[in-house]
Design a protein around this ligand. Structure first.
Ligand code: SF4
Ligand code: SF4
Length: 203
């Protein structure tokens, strides 16, 4: 069951990787096309006329052992992954209209949260949560690509034992993709290596 955003106190992604292991990732056609073209058709599957990222051994093949997302490093992280655990609609699709309504300078949206994310705490919403939701709305509308509050922080990654992480924003920047051009390494080579190793190979 999804909860209206106003039931949520805070969200901090702790990089646990649960969302990358337990759920299917729906793709938009342009995302499926880009992943197929740059990484291989294998990584996109069609189920009942819908496009999904193919999972391997019940996990996303792009989840690195450092708990970072290889697609994020390439500037190709799907929108569904960027928005999790938030679900954004123009109408109150899951009910509780008043509690789900979120108004910002961009308009009124109806926002629900999946409480299965361990980074979610229930309670009175904080300012930081509202800023994270504003960021999610901008991503949903296609007004921004960079994630700051809706992804794991360096502190969270360090707590998980992944010290010396470069800035997520640096990884997200498209300079990485443009600098490696068509020579994107095989994901199979990368996913069991540390993030530092992966970056080393990409450079
Ligand atoms: S979004 Fe939630 S489930 Fe996904 S890695 Fe972060 S804390 Fe874990
Ligand atoms: S694409 Fe990245 S964020 Fe999405 S499920 Fe895979 S590893 Fe996780």
């Amino acid at each position: 069951m999804y909860l209206p955003w106003s039931y949520i106190h805070s969200f901090e992604c702790n990089a646990c990787g649960i969302c990358c292991s337990h759920f299917s990732v729906p793709l938009r056609p342009n995302e499926a096309l880009e992943i197929s073209r740059k990484l291989g058709r294998y990584y996109v599957e069609i189920r009942k006329d819908r496009l999904f990222l193919r999972k391997e051994s019940r996990s996303c093949p792009f989840l690195l052992s450092s708990h970072l997302c290889y697609l994020q490093m390439l500037g190709m992280k799907p929108r569904a992954c960027k928005l999790w655990p938030f679900y954004i609609f123009k109408n109150p699709e899951y009910g509780r209209r008043e509690e789900a309504a979120f108004s910002s300078k961009l308009g009124t949206f109806y926002i629900y949260v999946d409480p299965r994310c361990p980074g979610i705490a229930i309670g009175r919403p904080t300012e930081k949560l509202m800023s994270a939701i504003e960021e999610a709305v901008e991503i949903w509308l296609g007004l921004r690509r960079e994630q700051v509050l809706t992804t794991s922080s360096l502190k969270a990654l360090a707590r998980m034992g992944h010290e010396s992480m470069p800035k997520i924003a640096q990884i997200e920047d498209s300079w990485l993709l443009s600098s490696i051009g068509p020579q994107i390494p095989e994901i199979g080579e990368l996913r069991n290596q540390s993030h530092r190793g992966a970056l080393y190979r990409l450079e």
